[in-house]
Ligand binder design. Structure first.
Ligand SMILES: Nc1ncnc2c1ncn2[C@@H]1O[C@H](COP(=O)(O)O)[C@@H](OP(=O)(O)O)[C@H]1O
Ligand SMILES: [Mg+2]
Length: 261
């Protein structure tokens, strides 16, 4: 493993570099947003655009240039060529455009996601929201999480203490009845629908308290958001009550719940 990777992880320079890469990917994506982008349908029926593919190509090239030889597991590469047979000790999980449906419909809630996994645990991640020019990142181990607007300095963020009336944030992909049932199972009286990994970041910055999810997602949908949320003082638990882990069969997740303070 490259010495640079482990040194950058320890110093916090890793997510500084990942943030620059994700923001450059955002600059590739933005010209396509609200500009008549054409959606194609993948074999799993989910949509993909030129923006997804070009952003992923940029991210893969930049990661390989700075940290050569680390395994990459990226949404569009897996869609085209299949998933690697097994996860390496260290690997990247990349979703160049999470919330593609919202992106195509012109909503702001889509993100660029890059995360690093070591021995099945997510150890670093960045989430960038191109539409609002905002990036969230985990810092050096123990150094918390932070957020910046493009070109500005990092501000520390953290989860809020659970209030008397906790609020859930959830995928739009549910009926109101399902969403209400799921929110109340986690003690939440109110809930709001949002696309993409932004949900983890909204909990990390203390605006919501829970993000429960029952249906399947892919590991690249959750890893970067989990890194940010854990660094901000929250957690993401799989159905067994343990922190969500990575490198599972076909890089797929079951249900989970993300929680703030
Ligand atoms: N049944 C399923 N299996 C795997 N991933 C799923 C899925 N249903 C939704 N997802 C993924 O979850 C992401 C959307 O989450 P949300 O509903 O919270 O916005 C999408 O990512 P992409 O937009 O990157 O394809 C989508 O691919
Ligand atoms: Mg996704």
């Amino acid at each position: 493993m490259s010495k640079r990777l482990t040194a950058d992880l320890a110093s916090g320079a890793l997510t500084e570099a990942l943030a620059d890469i994700a923001e450059d990917a955002a600059r590739v994506i933005l010209p396509y947003w609200r500009n008549g982008v054409v959606a194609e349908t993948k074999s799993d029926d989910s949509p993909v655009t030129k923006a997804d593919r070009e952003a992923e190509a940029l991210i893969l090239e930049r990661l390989e240039a700075r940290y050569p030889g680390v395994q990459t597991v990226a949404e569009e590469a897996v869609a085209a060529d299949g998933a690697p047979a097994e996860a390496a000790e260290w690997f990247w999980l990349i979703d160049p455009l999470d919330g593609t449906r919202g992106f195509i419909e012109g909503r702001e809630s889509y993100t660029v996601n890059i995360a690093l996994v070591h021995k099945g645990a997510v150890v670093a991640g960045v989430v960038t929201a191109p539409a609002t020019a905002t990036t969230w990142r985990s810092g050096a181990p123990g150094a918390g999480a932070s957020r910046r607007r493009f070109g500005e300095s990092w501000q520390a963020i953290k989860v809020r203490n659970r209030p008397a009336s906790p609020m859930a944030v959830m995928s739009h992909s549910m009926t109101d009845v399902e969403a209400e049932r799921l929110a109340s199972r986690h003690g939440c009286v109110q809930w709001q629908g949002t696309d993409s990994s932004l949900k983890f970041c909204l909990i990390a910055e203390g605006r919501f308290d829970a993000y429960p999810r029952t249906g399947p997602t892919s590991e690249w949908d959750t890893a970067a958001g989990q890194a940010v949320l854990e660094a901000a003082g929250g957690r993401v638990m799989a159905e067994d009550g343990q922190p969500l882990r990575y490198g599972k069969p076909r890089f797929g997740n079951g249900g989970f719940v993300a929680l703030g303070g």
